[in-house]
Design a protein around this ligand. Structure first.
Ligand SMILES: Cc1cc2nc3c(=O)[nH]c(=O)nc-3n(C[C@H](O)[C@H](O)[C@H](O)COP(=O)(O)OP(=O)(O)OC[C@H]3O[C@@H](n4cnc5c(N)ncnc54)[C@H](O)[C@@H]3O)c2cc1C
Length: 409
């Protein structure tokens, strides 16, 4: 039996503590908040999207992508699902997205805390870990009140993302001091800021779009779905999916632009847009350009795009030159937006970057730099798309670390 100290009682910390306890180790879990799993409560808009049927590794991102498929294996994913079954969570699955049957994130938080307590995990809330150092064959873990001795330490402190839930990246420098390197953490799954006087005009509008991310003029990712146009730029799940790449590109001083088709189901190209407008102007005689598009998109967006094209709202389609028609078409189907930054970590769901996957054993999550030190969850350089992938990695890495390297099939 080993003495295990788990630092951080979020998703990955709770699971690793439970598994270590099930494996008959003595476990202390130190959490700075007054309750564990605070971040779990805000996931999935309060419903906790905790897993996804589609576990293609393309949904996970890291600077060392070649290591991802050693961690995200079918066997490990099955372990995640049977773990949730073992703590009484019945899934409600919608389009492959898993939620607890209650549709309430608190059910997952409660189930994890209850299981940990019943097994005998010694949960110490309001306990901020200030330092960890190696000693004898293990570690000493310092809080403001005590020094805990441990044979093994599991670091589950998260990243800089959503610091109001407790994760403020305080462990990166500590791990660096212990010999680890750090890939610069940057916000991911976050809104994008753009430049333009028109932003205030389209603020609040939603549209179903196709969106492409161009880095130095080359398309690097395409998404589709609902976009929210705001007075600072753009938001929505399809935008957030691009944001990790945008942040990394901007950090490398690359040019990041998005190209938006606001009406992908009606026109895929400028030619198709012009054809659509020809047909509508024949059908709806006497209407101006804005009125022809009125029932297709939100009027605020229609008028912003017409104004951006330099065309008077009162103009009729027949009055437009070929050039004007083409400029208008590009506004609707190839709208180019220059991205200047992402929103900050406080708005981000996760961070990209962290401790490189090359510095851990992907089968056990044990550090390759320090024996009996395990790293789990978001502190590592891996993040996933929206859709349950970040929690999947948190649970999965916690399950692996909790076995402390013992074979446990
Ligand atoms: C708004 C929002 C919505 C999200 N929705 C989803 C979703 O639906 N599906 C999904 O898969 N992912 C979602 N995520 C991402 C997901 O929540 C995280 O990736 C996941 O919780 C990371 O788990 P973790 O254990 O690594 O870190 P965290 O959950 O951040 O836990 C870290 C814990 O460590 C504690 N801690 C930190 N430092 C110390 C210290 N020095 N001493 C003691 N304790 C410390 C913190 O208080 C915290 O409790 C969402 C995130 C946000 C912010």
């Amino acid at each position: 039996m080993s003495k295990v100290v788990v630092i951080g009682g979020g998703a990955s910390g709770l699971v690793s503590a439970i598994i270590a306890c099930r494996n008959k180790h003595e476990v202390i879990l130190l959490e700075r908040n007054s309750i564990c799993g605070k971040k779990i409560l805000v996931t999935g808009n309060g419903r906790c999207n905790y897993f996804n049927t589609d576990q293609d590794v393309k949904h996970y991102h890291s600077m060392n992508e070649e290591i991802i498929n050693q961690v995200i294996t079918n066997k490990n994913l099955e372990k995640v699902l049977s773990f949730f079954e073992s703590i009484g969570i019945i899934p409600k699955i919608k389009d492959g997205y898993y939620y607890p049957f209650s549709n309430q994130a608190v059910s997952i938080q409660n189930a994890l805390i209850k299981e940990a307590k019943l097994l005998g995990v010694n949960i110490q809330n309001n306990m901020y870990v200030e330092d960890v150092w190696p000693c004898h064959n293990g570690y000493e873990v310092k809080t403001s009140e005590y020094i805990y001795e441990a044979d093994c330490v599991i670091v589950a402190t998260g990243s800089y993302a959503a610091s109001k839930t407790g994760s403020d990246g305080n462990f990166y420098s500590l791990l660096e001091r212990m010999g680890h390197s750090i890939i610069k953490p940057l916000p991911a799954l976050v809104q994008l800021n753009a430049k333009g006087n028109f932003l205030k005009d389209w603020s609040g509008v939603r549209a179903d779009v196709e969106i492409k991310l161009l880095e130095d003029n080359t398309t690097i990712r395409e998404e589709s779905g609902e976009i929210l146009l705001t007075n600072y730029g753009i938001s929505g799940i399809c935008v957030m999916q691009l944001s990790g790449m945008v942040a990394r590109g901007l950090d490398l001083e690359k040019r990041e632009e998005v190209v938006i088709n606001f009406i992908p189901s009606l026109a895929k190209s400028r030619v198709e847009f012009i054809h659509l407008m020809d047909e509508r102007s024949k059908l709806l005689r006497g209407r101006n350009v804005s009125e022809l598009l009125d029932s297709i998109l939100n009027y605020k967006l229609v008028n912003t795009l017409i104004k951006n094209a330099g065309i008077a709202i009162s103009k009729k389609w027949e009055q437009l030159s070929e050039r004007d028609r083409s400029v208008l078409a590009s506004q609707f189907v190839e709208f180019r937006l220059n991205i200047i930054s992402t929103n900050s970590f406080s708005n981000a769901q996760v961070a990209s970057g962290g401790i490189p996957l090359t510095e851990i054993n992907p089968l056990t999550m044990e550090s390759k730099i320090r024996k009996n030190l395990y790293l789990v969850g978001e502190v590592l350089d891996i993040y996933g798309d929206c859709g349950g992938y970040n929690l999947t990695f948190a649970w999965l890495s916690g399950l692996l670390a909790g076995t402390l390297g013992e074979k446990n099939d």
